[in-house]
Write a protein that binds this ligand. Sequence first.
Ligand SMILES: NC(=O)c1ccc[n+]([C@@H]2O[C@H](COP(=O)([O-])OP(=O)(O)OC[C@H]3O[C@@H](n4cnc5c(N)ncnc54)[C@H](O)[C@@H]3O)[C@@H](O)[C@H]2O)c1
Length: 320
Amino acid sequence: MKNIAVIGAGVMGHGAAQLFAQVGYNVRIQARRESSLEQARELITNSLNIMVEKEMLTQEVMDQTLANITYTTELLEAIQDADFVLESIPENLELKLDTYEIIESVVSKKTIIASNTSTFPLKDLTQKAKHPERFIITHYFNPPQIVPVVEIARFEKTDEQVVQTTYDLMKEIGKSPVVLKKEVTGFIVNRVQVAFLRECFNLIEQGVCTAEDIDIAVKGSMGFKWAFCGPMESQDLAGLQTTQAMVHNIEQELSNTREVPTFLKEMVANEELGIRSNKGFYDYDDNGAKAIHTRDDNFLDLLKLMQQKAGKKEEVSSAK
Ligand SMILES: NC(=O)c1ccc[n+]([C@@H]2O[C@H](COP(=O)([O-])OP(=O)(O)OC[C@H]3O[C@@H](n4cnc5c(N)ncnc54)[C@H](O)[C@@H]3O)[C@@H](O)[C@H]2O)c1
């Protein structure tokens, strides 16, 4: 594999493109507007600069990464000779289907077509596909150039070799891939996240705590632990008899609503959209620029620590 095409240069596309370029692939990013490409170029440069400042990359790798990326508004130019295409355009099924039709009419039969969809099952994404067996989902998390996990979702038609090649590619770009054994809406992480958010929203609605209290409580407990000790490992360490009692005693009280909470609907209706409108659970005055910078700075420090620990583990096992 040599050439990677990333279609869509938004929040997710530019970050994924950066990852492929960092390990030496020729990457072509396509967006419909020059201004989107300009913005992607700036975001990639900024992101690499911070990594160099934090000594996670050398200046040489940064320069090579930037040289590995070309930008185009032409879809056909982006996908010519592509061995792997990552589609990261908006979550609109018709738009995605139209794009796949063009991609499939140009690329070789061996080209893998991956979608970064958050919600559409492969059955829907491949409804017009000539070769559904080469379609796969690689679901990244924002910011994709930093957050380690990529969920890989296949369906019954996906070729085994496509799964393996995609898995190997994700490892090569430094990700921790998780391959789902069955196709489910929301994959693993967003299902868990929505179940978790349902109870957070319930606690706010019941007047038990504020949104800020939830952030403080979670950041200092589950959030603190989970980067190194996942929820399942944590139960082993606590003792499963305690887990059993906790689940038994609390489960009956939890929200089991299937509705979006009224206060959330009202916030969205009132244009309280988070950083996009400078108001959400918190207030902003810069469309979240400071918040994004602080988030990425902290995430990179955590990623660096994780990489250092993984490196030490490898050193120990190779010394044995
Ligand atoms: N934002 C997230 O946190 C997140 C996380 C995981 C997955 N996803 C998924 O990733 C995909 C992209 O999401 P995003 O947040 O980057 O969206 P976005 O709106 O930030 O970016 C989409 C980009 O695609 C461009 N575009 C639109 N139509 C196009 C077309 N026909 N051809 C080429 N480019 C086109 C847009 O101009 C924009 O630059 C979606 O499927 C989304 O569900 C998003």
